[in-house]
Structure formats: C-alpha cells, structure tokens
Ligand binder design. Structure first.
Ligand code: 475
Length: 835
C-alpha cells in the first residue's frame, strides 16, 4: 500500500505532517492556539474549565498522531489482534493519565503556570468517564492501559452511553440519583461518521434452497438501527503504542421509511422512531452483580456485539485470508456473559452470510473466543427468556437451539443414560417461560474460561460449572488473578510515594515492572525512609480530610486512624457488618469512663459507594450509615474518638484521593462471594493495611505480603453452606454483641427504628444469608487488634512498607501477559522498531 503512492506526493505530505510538542514553549503555543481558535476564547475569558480544555486538546493532538501511526503499523504488520468486548469501561479522567503516559506532565505544569494556571486546578475540571458500575468496568479500563503499555495490538469495544453511572447525592441521609450527562465538550472521542453499521432487530427467518440444493436461512429485519463508531485513543505508558477504544452510538437508520413518514406529514412519528433508536445507547444499566432481564438491555447487547463483529470481520476480510485463519488473526475476550451473543452472531455470519458449513464455522468460533467469569452470585448470572429472544432475535434463537442440540448429542454419547446431566447442562432451562442460560453458551463457544482469583476459579469449577469440567476436562478452565495498573493507582494517585520509591530504587522502572518493588524491603529499617513514608501518608490523609470537609462539611482529625470501605453497596460486600461494628464501638465508648477513653485510638470510619436504584436493602444500609453519622458526629462526649463519614458519589477520581489516604481498609465479603476484589490491591499498593475475610484476592494478597501484615477474620468459604443450613434447620443464635447493637437501633438511638427493620430482620429472622452474626465476634476482636497495633506506629510502618514491597504480583501487566500467553496467543508489536 505504501509503495503505491508516488514519492513527490509522499514528500509533500511528510513536510506538512503534524508534529508533537516537546518543549514548554511549544506546549504553550498549542495551548493558546486551541484556546483562541478551537474554543474561540482569549486571555480575558479563559477560566479553569477552558484551561482544562486547552490542555486536553493539546494532548489530544499528540495522542492522535501516535494513534494514527499505531493503527497503520498494526495493519501493515498483519499480526494477530485481541478485541476486548466489555459493556463497561470505567475510565475516570483522561488528561492526567495522558500527561503521565506521554511523559509531558512537567512540561504542561510549567507551561500552564506561565499562562496563569495551576495544573491541579485544570486537571480537576475534567468530568469522569464513568461508563461502568464497579470492579468489572474498572478492570476493563486497567486492561486497556496495560495492553497499550505492553504494545499489544488490542482494541476495546463498548457502548457510548449518553448517560454513565448516575451521580449520587445524599439528601437527608437517602441516596438520590441524578443523571450523568457527560458528553458535552468531551475532547477525548473522535466521531467516525463514516464508520456505521446497520443492525437489525425483530422480523422473521425464511428458509430457502440455494442453487446446490443446500438449505439456507435469511433473516428479514423488522427494525433497523444504525451504529456509529466513536473512537477514544488509549495511550500506553512511555511507549509509542496508542490503541483504540471503539464505542458504538445508536442512531435512526436514515432509510426511506422516515422520509416517507416525514413527507406524509407524520413528522412526530418520524421523530419518535429516531428517539426509539437513540434509546439503545442512551443509558448504562446501574446494576452491579445483578441481572434483570429487560428487553432494552438485550437490545444493547446485540447492537454492540453485532456492530463490533461486523467491524472485526470487515477488517479480517481485507486481508484476503482463508476463513480457517480467522482464529490466527483474531482473539475476542468476553468480559462476563454480557457479550455472549457475539458467539452466536459470528456463527450466524459464517454460516448464513459467508456460506461455511456448520462444523467448520463452529471450530472457528471456539478458536476465537475466551470468556471471563466475574461472579458466582446466582442473581447475577444472565438468563434471557426464550419468548423475548424469539421475538427480538429469531435467527439467533434458532442457532442457539442448534448449538445446544449438537452439544447435548456429544454429551449423550460420552455419558449415555445420564438424563439428569443433560437437563443440568442444557443451554435451555425448562422453566416457565423457558430461559436461555448465557454462561453455558459462553463456555461451550469458547476455548478458555477463566475466573479472576484462585479461590473464585476453584469455586466455578466445583459449583456452578462443575458439569462442564466433567464434560470438557479441566483444561478449558483456568485462573488469571486480577491486577491493577500501577500507573494510575500508584504514580498518578500517589505521586509523592511514587517519587520516594523511585528515589530508593534509582528510577521509575517499577512502573513497568512492578516486581522491582521487592528491592524496597531492604530499606524497611531505614529511619529516614520510614519518616518520609509516614509523612507522605500524613499528607495524603490531609488531602482526604479536605475532600471530606468539602463534600460533607465535617472536619475530621487527620491524626485519627482512617478506616475506609469504598465499593458498590451490596449485602454480600457487608457494609452492614461494618456499620454494626461502628455502632458497637460507639456503644463501648459511651460506656467508658473518661480515664478509659484517654487510651482509645481516635478513628474515622469512612464509607463510599452507590446502591443500585432498585436495591432497597442497599439503600437502607446507606441510610443507616448516615443516621449513625448524624448522631455520633455531634456527640460532644465522643468528640474525635469516633467520626462516621459517608462520601457521596464515589467514583474513580475520588478513589484516587481515597486509596492513598487509608490506614486500614475493609474487604469483608462473606467468604466465597467476592470473586476477586481489586480495591484491596489499590489500598495495599498505597501503603494501607487491610482487614478482610478469606475471600477472593485477599487470599493471594496474604500469601504475597505475609499473614503478619494483614488482618484476617471470619468463617471460611468451605463452611458457609453448612452455616446457612444450620441457620434454617438448627437454631439461630444471634451474636450477643450484635444483639446489643440491634437493641440500640430498636430503641431509636439512630432515629425512627422502622427504617431499619428489614435490615435487622434479614439477620434475626430470615436466616442471615450473609453470615453477619456468625462473623461479628471475630470482626470486633480483629478491630481491637487493629487499634492495638496502630499504637505501635513503628511496627505499623514496617508492615506498610513490607506489604508494598511485596505487591509486584498484582500488576495488571502480569495479568495481561498471562491472558496473552494462555488465552489469546498474541505477541506484542513494538511500534518504534517498525517505524
Ligand atoms: C466482582 N458486575 C469483583 C471484579 O473481576 C471483581 C454483573 C452483572 C451486571 C452488571 N455488572 C456486573 C460484576 O459482576 C462485577 O463487577 N464483578 C466484579 O468483578 C473484576 O474483582 O470481585 O464482584
């Protein structure tokens, strides 16, 4: 392709090709140019928001130059690419990340200062890109950062929601949801109005014979919606790779249909059609770990899968290779079951459109896909009703039935006379209505299925997917323990700690090889180093105290022990255990003499997180936390000894302030319920200790950092089933300390007790499914140990430093390399070498 363009023409282009600023002077020129021409403003009306935009546009230009070059090189190199399909990408802010990855933050800081702005003020103007709920969406964002940093040819595919996760406001203690309209003046996306795909829904299937007498299927659409591509550049850290995140937006197909309606004077209905089409990508579903089976959600899933696959197949077809080579060119990773229809869609394209035989097509499909499971909670496992699927995607339902038929036939051959097995593993659940089990399609249609931490990967093999291990053998199932990107979660969130580490290790190489942190351990007894370490934590706590003052109005004493639990509010994550523990602490303090109180370590219990709007119990937990805060925080007898804080609207940019400021954080899910957790890693990497159950990645964190450096408590996963059984069939004994807490709530200590009856009765009367009572005693005892150990600050510091030194394993780069090796079979492509 390159050679076909005449040299003089190439020369002319090269001469005028865009260049990247490298000096402060050049940055300033780009900044002012964008303020004056792109934004049509001037020195006299450039506020901080405009300064943010100017800086963002200057950096965007750099990214796009690298993006173009990367895409060209990746296309010419003709190497295998990986496509990460995720309904959620919880990106957070982009400017700071772009500055650091490009390596020009200092240049920008000096340039902005010359022009009258503080870089922090500009950076903090940016609206978070919050296209995700929690862990699953943030993991996808960490993947993108790592894949670009490691030079993997990789694309993300997602939906361009007009509204991200709602903004949370706390009004009189209750959560209120405010729409998060985030797209105005978003400099990080590039609309590609020329890249569109028509997506069909509804309609019917007709059978016909082709000229060779072969039976074929054609799907006539009942409705067509257009997908428009929006591209977001993803820069790697200190590399020339800038990968692509392609987000699809829905739009009415500009067909004659609308035009006819319009001409016929039916203007309103033409507009209404348009609005229906645009609804598909309008809003992110705000449920974490819960599926509700809504038709619009299924439409979103198919719309995004079909557009992405069309794009991937189109790119493959340009290479003119044989179809059998598809899995050598393309790996597709399914982030949970949300994109499972991609499996069915690829099979449909291959057999209905490209005319391949079923078996040949199916082996291409299974060679292409990998599936990551993120949860064992039954209420989160996706099932779609057969009638709904029949109506919306009639041809796909037929293909699903065929996949199921061939699969069950092969199972029957290997396990004759096992009728139970057949009904257990059938893709179709024989309920009323019948349901399609999406996880089963994902397993059958992939060559690898992975869990996200060791315990979790073992659990899926022994519980929900047990039969499939029997059928396929253990090799289809594997574990890849989650990680986090150290660029955002150490360097960007905690620049001073990062600098201190760099000073000790002789540079920032640890940011791309996190195992180098182990060289910190020799400094653990270095007095000066310890003081510097402690000073940085103190400063980070001050920064958080300012945020708390800003958003809640409460002043907290930064010398207190900061105890943090921030994550989605969910009964299995057990924020209720935490707040009951806080109440227990409050009651104990009230019962003490002034002399006794003098020995108490002052504590601030900090909560943050959103509840799904329809999740009543989670909302009650938020209300209880705020009700306790209202009483405790104004109790003069208690003063600084205990403060309770709920930080509203927890999101990625707040996490960047909160994680570096904790002394201890809480990861206290009922054993066996939290697949991995990733904030546990963020807190430890920033020098905080953690209290946690033997669940998810807590177990591997313990193995890495040593059990003397973590506060573990509670029942084990292997005992949970038995305990639950005993709650129902034995006699349920409420923990006596928890009973004291319940009595206080019932007496009205924290306001009208009727607000909290369902919370209490789920434990007292309805079987305590999450084992709050069983774990309460050991939780309280472990917090007493935390208090004691915090008083020995030198020991505490030693634990903090040692833990950070041993966190290398949890880098997202290790995770990405494992997926590349054992699931995707792809190699990095060094853009610099190719150029
Ligand atoms: C786990 N979200 C964490 C994290 O692997 C784990 C499910 C259905 C519908 C919408 N959202 C979801 C999740 O299942 C989810 O966020 N799972 C989380 O994935 C990354 O660390 O333990 O709960």
């Amino acid at each position: 392709v390159e050679a076909s363009i005449p040299e003089p023409l190439r020369e002319a282009w090269r001469k005028h090709s865009a260049t990247k600023f490298t000096t402060k002077h050049e940055f300033e020129r780009e900044f002012v140019r964008h303020i004056e021409t792109t934004l049509a403003r001037s020195l006299y009306n450039c506020d901080e928001l405009a300064a943010y935009s100017g800086a963002a546009l200057a950096f965007r230009d750099r990214l796009i130059i690298e993006w173009n070059r990367t895409q060209q090189r990746q296309t010419f190199s003709d190497q295998k690419r990986v496509y990460y399909l995720s309904l959620e990408f919880l990106m957070g802010r982009a400017l700071d990340n772009a500055m650091l990855n490009v390596g020009m933050k200092d240049v920008a800081r000096d340039g902005l200062a010359d022009l009258g702005f503080r870089i922090e003020d500009a950076i903090s103007q940016e609206h978070d890109a919050a296209l995700g709920n929690g862990g699953l969406g943030r993991l996808a964002a960490c993947f993108l950062d790592s894949m670009a940093t490691l030079n993997y040819p990789a694309w993300g595919y997602g939906l361009r929601y007009r509204y991200g996760i709602f903004k949370q406001e706390i009004v009189n203690g209750y959560q209120m949801e405010i729409p998060d309209y985030w797209l105005d003046n978003n400099p990080w996306e590039f609309p590609r109005h020329d890249i569109t795909v028509d997506i069909q829904f509804y309609g019917h299937v007709t059978k016909y014979q082709d000229e060779n007498g072969k039976t074929c299927h054609s799907w006539e659409a009942g409705e067509t919606v257009q997908a428009v591509a929006y591209d977001v550049p993803i820069p790697g850290y200190h590399t020339k790779t800038t990968n692509n995140l392609r987000l699809w937006s829905s739009k009415a197909s500009s067909g004659e249909f609308d035009f006819q309606k319009f001409n016929a004077g039916d203007y309103e209905s033409a507009v209404a059609d348009q609005q229906i089409a645009e609804t598909i990508s309008a809003v992110l579903y705000p449920n974490d770990n819960l599926e509700r089976g809504k038709e619009l959600r299924l439409k979103q899933q198919y719309f995004w899968c079909a557009a992405s696959l069309y794009d991937i197949v189109r790119r493959f077809k340009k290479t003119k290779r044989a179809w059998s080579e598809f899995p050598d060119q393309v790996a597709i990773q399914l982030n949970d079951t949300h994109p499972t229809l991609a499996i069915v869609e690829l099979q449909r394209i291959l057999i209905d459109v490209e005319g391949l035989e079923w078996d040949e097509a199916w082996s291409i499909v299974t060679g292409t896909f990998g599936y990551t499971n993120h949860t064992v909670l039954p209420e989160a496992l996706e099932k779609w009703s057969v009638p709904l699927m029949q109506n919306l995607l009639p041809r796909h339902l037929q293909i699903i039935y065929d996949i199921n038929l061939f699969f069950l036939q092969s199972v029957e051959k290997r396990f004759p006379n096992d009728r139970d097995m057949l009904s257990r593993v059938s893709i179709i659940e024989e309920s009323h209505p019948k349901m399609v089990r999406m996880a089963y399609i994902a397993i059958i249609g992939s060559h690898k299925v992975n869990g996200v931490a060791e315990l979790h990967s073992d659990l899926i093999k022994t519980t929900i997917f047990k039969d499939f291990v029997t059928i396929y053998g253990p090799d289809r199932f594997t574990n890849v323990t989650n990680g986090i990107t150290p660029r955002r979660w150490l360097h960007q969130a905690n620049p001073e700690l990062s600098a201190l580490i760099a000073e000790k290790l002789g540079g920032y190489d640890f940011l791309t090889d996190l195992t180098l942190l182990d060289r910190l351990e020799v400094f653990v007894d270095d007095k000066k180093f310890r003081r510097e370490w402690a000073d940085i934590k103190a400063k980070n706590k001050l920064r958080l105290a300012r945020l708390i003052k800003d958003v809640t109005g409460y002043s907290v004493n930064p010398n207190s022990l900061f105890d943090v639990q921030v994550k989605r509010i969910h009964e299995y994550k057990r924020q209720q255990l935490n707040i009951f523990g806080v109440i227990h602490r409050y009651l104990s303090l009230k019962a003490m003499t002034p002399e006794e109180r003098k020995k108490v370590v002052p504590r601030v219990s900090i909560f943050g997180g959103k509840a799904a709007p329809g999740y009543w119990m989670a909302k009650s937990i938020i209300y209880l936390i705020n009700s306790v805060a209202a009483v405790v925080n104004k109790d003069d007898e208690i003063g600084d000894l205990l403060k309770v804080i709920f930080i509203e609207d927890y999101n990625v940019s707040k996490a960047e302030i909160i994680c570096p400021a904790s002394d201890i954080s809480e990861h206290i899910s009922t054993a066996g319920t939290e697949a991995s957790g990733t904030s546990n890693m963020k807190f430890v990497l920033n020098g905080g200790l953690i209290i946690g159950t033997c669940d998810g990645a807590n177990i591997e964190i313990t193995r890495e950092i040593g059990e003397q450096n973590i506060f573990l408590f509670g029942n084990l996963a292997e005992d949970v089933e038995d305990l639950r059984h005993r709650h129902f069939y034995g006699s349920f004994q409420l923990d006596p300390q928890l009973k004291r807490v319940f009595d206080a709530i019932k007496e009205g200590t924290f306001g009208d007790p009727s607000s909290f009856t369902s919370l209490i009765s789920s434990i007292e009367e309805h079987g305590d499914y999450y084992l709050v009572s069983d774990d309460f005693n050991s939780y309280i005892a472990t917090h007493d140990m935390v208090d004691q150990e915090f008083q020995n600050q030198e020991e505490w510091l030693a634990k903090s430093i040692t833990s950070v030194a041993r966190m290398g394993f949890f880098s997202m780069d290790r995770v990405t390399n494992e997926y590349a090796d054992i699931i995707w079979n792809i190699e990095p492509l060094d853009i610099a070498d190719e150029a």
